[in-house]
Design a protein around this ligand. Structure first.
Ligand SMILES: [Zn+2]
Ligand SMILES: [Zn+2]
Ligand SMILES: [Zn+2]
Length: 133
């Protein structure tokens, strides 16, 4: 856990460790409101700054599903500064409302001649594993 911050060359503060532990505690993506609820004491500015650093350093990624509040999830792959390269899809369950990162066996390779893709995201909605059981 603390290694993650060290690996990404982010100075460890008790607050950053606490925020990171919240993201790792949840198996799915969470909105900022859950992070705020989990934190006992926090300063809004510090929290936003921490989120921004985590996003920039490839610790977490933001998931924006049309019409929804932003959700954040821990990066499972090796994301580097300002370059999130994910090989999973984002799934929003229409019944329980949970947004999760779902690994897929073979991520489609999309080639756009003359373009440089820096970020690629695939989103899906439907029923999650639990709700569809
Ligand atoms: Zn990432
Ligand atoms: Zn569900
Ligand atoms: Zn994800």
């Amino acid at each position: 856990m603390t290694n993650l911050l060290k690996n990404k060359k982010i100075s460890e503060t008790p607050f950053r460790k606490e925020v990171l532990s919240i993201f790792t505690k949840y198996n799915n993506a969470i909105p900022l409101s859950i992070v705020e609820k989990e934190l006992r004491e926090y300063n809004r500015i510090t929290l936003y700054r921490t989120i921004k650093i985590f996003l920039e350093k490839g610790i977490i990624h933001e998931i924006i599903i049309t019409g929804e509040k932003s959700n954040y999830a821990i990066c499972q792959e090796e994301c580097v500064t300002n370059l999130h390269y994910h090989q999973h899809i984002h799934f929003k369950c229409n019944r329980c409302g949970i947004v999760s990162c779902v690994e897929i066996g073979k991520f489609p390779a999309i080639i756009l001649p003359k373009y440089k893709i820096e970020q690629l995201e695939i989103q899906a909605t439907g029923l999650c594993k639990k709700c569809n059981a």
